[in-house]
Ligand binder design. Structure first.
Ligand code: DQA
Length: 153
């Protein structure tokens, strides 16, 4: 069965208790369970990984690129957290495994927040961006990847 990967970056392990007014009350376990159910309902497998460490996320993207090339992984939904605004290394990783489709997700509307959140190093490398729809954004991104995979046969 083909897979989709859900990747979450730093501090997203704190979902549910971290600034609930900004990020909502769903926990990372809730988000991952919902992603898994959604993927299965479409006939796919879900894999979920969260890390607070940039290198661990880079390693996941490299591995995802290899699995995409092998045909068993179809795409990645990625919330890079604060690394969005700092990480040329994550940009390079995503560029380096093209054409693996990576959808960038932000729970909050980063453009309505502090100026330092307005720039993303990830967006130019992303296949698409979902911003500001709360944790529903993960589901929207997965839906986009499923549609993309279906369109490409
Ligand atoms: C975030 C937005 C980032 O600016 C922030 O550093 C996060 C979460 C979001 O999902 O809204 O950690 O990516």
């Amino acid at each position: 069965m083909k897979s989709f990967l859900l990747l979450n970056g730093p501090n997203l392990n704190l979902l549910g208790t971290r600034e609930p007014g900004v990020y909502g009350s769903a926990t990372l376990a809730d988000v991952e369970a919902q992603f898994t159910v959604q993927a299965r309902s479409q006939g796919f497998q879900a894999e979920c990984f969260q890390s607070n460490h940039e290198g661990a996320l880079i390693d996941q993207i490299h591995a995802a690129g290899q699995r995409f090339a092998a045909g068993d992984l179809l795409g990645v939904v990625f919330n890079p957290g604060a690394f969005t605004h700092t990480s040329i290394a994550l940009f390079d990783a995503i560029q380096g495994v093209k054409p693996l489709p990576v959808i960038e997700v932000h729970i909050s509307n980063v453009h309505a927040r502090e100026a330092f959140r307005h720039h993303s190093y990830i967006s130019p490398a992303a296949a698409g961006i979902v911003v500001g729809f709360g944790t529903d954004g993960y589901a929207m991104a997965l839906d986009a990847l499923v549609r993309r995979a279906a369109a490409q046969g």
